[in-house]
Every structure is written in structure tokens, then in C-alpha cells.
Design a protein around this ligand. Sequence first.
Ligand code: UD1
Ligand code: UDP
Length: 357
Amino acid sequence: MKIALAAGTRPEFIQLEPVIRELKKRDLESIFIHSGQHYDYEMDRIFFDEMHLPDPTHYLGIGSRLPGEQVGEMIIRSEPVFSSERPDLLLVTGDTNTALGVSLAAKKAKIEIGHMEAGMRSFDRSMPEEINRIIIDNISDYLFPPTVKGVENLRANGIVRNVCLSGDVMLDSILYYRGLIEKGSRTVDELSLDDGTYLLLTLHREANTDDRERLKNILSAISQAPFPVVFPIHPRTRQRIENFGFTLSENIHPIVPVGYFEFLRLLHRSRKILTDSGGVQKQAFFLSKPCITLRANTEWVETIENGWNILVDDDQEKILGAITDFNPRGSPDLSLFGHGQSSGKIIDAIGKYTGRS
Ligand code: UD1
Ligand code: UDP
């Protein structure tokens, strides 16, 4: 069996890594299509270097563009790859423009699609990612929801065939790399911070970065936090802060995006995390860190229901209230996201569904 993997953004490199390890272990043939949606060293190559990912077999070089053009170029540039390589299956994850564009090209080339992180929904159709997820789920042949909620959302969408509750590959990754995550953090040392005394902040959702008022509300609330805040800034957010002419307050320490291990070390040692990221909400849960989500909704409802995540939107009072008073007790129930063997389950299920191994 020949599997094509497609990725182009930071979360996709992270999520495909456990699958790539599993494919290698089983000596299965694969090709790796990199769209080039993310291309700065800190958003791209650093993950290949750190986690020893194989070099892409096909680099599409799409880069940053208007969303429609970006998806269009994904289709145009990946179609010839499918025609020449004829993989048995394309495996994509999540909801990015890369996952959407490459999946559409695969479908047109009559290549079957497996979708990891299937069924996740925020029910907020103003998010570009929500539209991408709905389309990818609906054209996929094999669906790998990480949680029961994902299975239920797919069922509500009429998708019940070839659905495998896989658990979450990000949990596989955290458990596998636990030893490296528990090492000291370079950033904590450089900023002379103490463990458990600082907040970590990530912010990159279009709804937060491109809306001046929302971005101002969020940064203004965080500037009043009685703690130092470490802020690895996504390039989109850095540009918007500059364009809007905002100045960060003294308690916020902006740094360039860090690598995967350094990010998890920073998270592991933080007091709490403030974020609008999907992946980070899960990682906070896996590492028992209170997560304050700067959105009005989330796909990762289990983390809310289990008491370790709170939605504060851009409401300054709620943000500050959560910074001081949101203190979950007990431990998060990690089994809601599987048992750390999701990549193996996904490859097993593909073998079973396709009758190939
Ligand atoms: C994309 C995904 C989002 C995901 C995020 C992960 C879509 C629709 N969005 O958002 O779901 O959560 O990646 O980080 O696919 N830029 C650089 N250097 C880079 C990459 C981007 O400077 O290496 C800047 C460019 O100005 C670009 C902007 O960031 O226009 C946004 O990049 P883009 O890939 O379009 O979307 P993300 O916000 O990264
Ligand atoms: N991440 C990183 N360095 C950073 C910020 C984030 O390595 O400076 C990692 C982190 O593990 C996170 C992942 O990148 O889970 C996903 O990135 P992002 O938040 O950009 O995307 P999302 O999960 O929202 O799609």
C-alpha cells in the first residue's frame, strides 16, 4: 500500500509525525506532499529538524496568498502529483487550506481520502476552518474522529460509514516525547522567569488578529495581568500588531515562534495558558494546564466539559477573571482523547477498510 501524506502548516507537521513514525515502523511506502503554506524557518523547517521528519517528496511552494487563490493553487499543483504517483490513499489532518486543496485534487484524481481529526465542529461558519472541515469530511472515504463528539458530529452530518474513533495523535506525540518535554526551557532561563509564575499566550485566529477591536480588547486585558506573559508570536499576528500600531505592555514578552519541544516545555512550566489555537487547547489538557480560550466557541468541547478549559472570547472582564480565578481541580481525563496509540489505530483501520496492508 502506498499512502500519500499532505501537510503545509505547523499543526499538520506535528500531527503527521506520529503517523510517519508508525508507517516507518511497519515499513509501508509513503510519499510526503508539502504545500509550502507555512515557510518561515520557525513555522516549517524547525519541526522537520527537531522531529527528524523526512524531506518532502513533493514541495508545492504555495506560500501566502488570498485564501481562494491559495486553495486553487493547491489543487493545480497537487493534481500532477496524484496523476504521476497514483497513491492508494491520501491522508490529511484537520482543517487548513492545505488539507482542503490537496483533498479536492485527490478526489478529482479518484484517489481515496482518509481524514484525521474528522468530525470536529465549532458550529461557527464564519471560521474558514469550519468550512474546510465540513467539505473535507464530506468528500473523505475514511474518517478518523479523535473523540466521541467527533463521531456524533459526523453522524449528525449523515456520515456513518468507515468511521473509526481513533483517539488523538497529539496525545500519542505528547506521551512519546514526555521525557524531552520535561527538560528545562531555554526561554524561561533567558527571560529569568520561575516555573509556575508566568502565563503563556498564543494568538493567531483570523477572527482575533484581523479585527482591530478584538485584538485590542485581548491585548489590553492581558496587559493588566498580574503575571509576566510569554508570547511566541505567529507571523500573522506580528504583522497585524505592527499594522494597527499597537505597543505591547511591559509584562508581555514577545518572542519569535519556538520549536515544538520548546513550546511544550514552556507550556509545561507555565501557570496557565491563554490561546485561540485548537492544538494548544488539547496540549494544555494533556499537560494538566488551565486553558483560557480567547474564542466564543471551540471544537474541543471535552476540555471544557472536563473543567480544564474556559471560553472567554475577547471579554476583558472574563479574561482577567480567568487569569486570577480559573483553577481546575483534580486531573483531566485523558482517555477522552484515546490512549496514545492513535496513529497505530489509524493505519490498522486503513488496512482493514481498503483490504490492503
Ligand atoms: C493557518 C490555518 C489555521 C491554522 C494555522 C496554524 C488556514 C485557513 N488556516 O493559519 O487553521 O490554525 O495555519 O498556525 O489554512 N506567514 C508568514 N510566514 C509563514 C506563514 C505565514 O509570514 O511561514 C504570514 C503571512 O503573512 C500569511 C499569514 O501569516 O499571510 C497567514 O498565514 P496562512 O497560512 O494563510 O494562515 P495562518 O493564519 O497561518
Ligand atoms: N507551536 C509551536 N511553537 C509556537 C507556537 C505553537 O511549536 O511558538 C505548536 C504547538 O504545539 C501547537 C501547534 O504548534 O499545538 C499548532 O499550532 P497553531 O496553534 O499555530 O495551530 P492550530 O492548532 O490552532 O491549528
